[in-house]
Design a protein around this ligand. Structure first.
Ligand code: FES
Length: 94
């Protein structure tokens, strides 16, 4: 059992028993994380800033890296729909 904590614009704490995307964890906890493309790494609206537990997220894939480059995202930012939590993670929604 581990948890995903959301801070910032929308807050919440979701306990998970198995790995899940940050987006699905948000949905489970009724935390509002915008996802206009439906989680297909196309819109970039689900960007989160990882405050703690980056090592507990799945590695970044090509599609995610491409969108984050277009957005000029910071190194600590990920797409909530592409980053899967495998352990405790704290992230911020701006
Ligand atoms: S929901 Fe569109 S990129 Fe994540």
């Amino acid at each position: 059992m581990f948890k995903v904590v959301f801070k910032g614009k929308h807050i919440g704490e979701i306990a998970l028993e198995r790995e899940a995307s940050i987006l699905s964890a948000a949905a489970k906890g009724e935390v509002d994380l915008t996802h206009r493309c439906g989680g297909h790494a196309r819109c970039g609206t689900c960007v989160i800033t990882v405050e703690d537990g980056a090592a507990h997220l799945t590695p970044m894939g090509t599609a995610e890296a491409r969108i984050l480059k277009v957005l000029k995202a910071n190194p600590d930012q990920r797409l909530g729909c592409q980053a899967w939590a495998q352990g405790d993670v704290t992230c911020r929604i701006d």
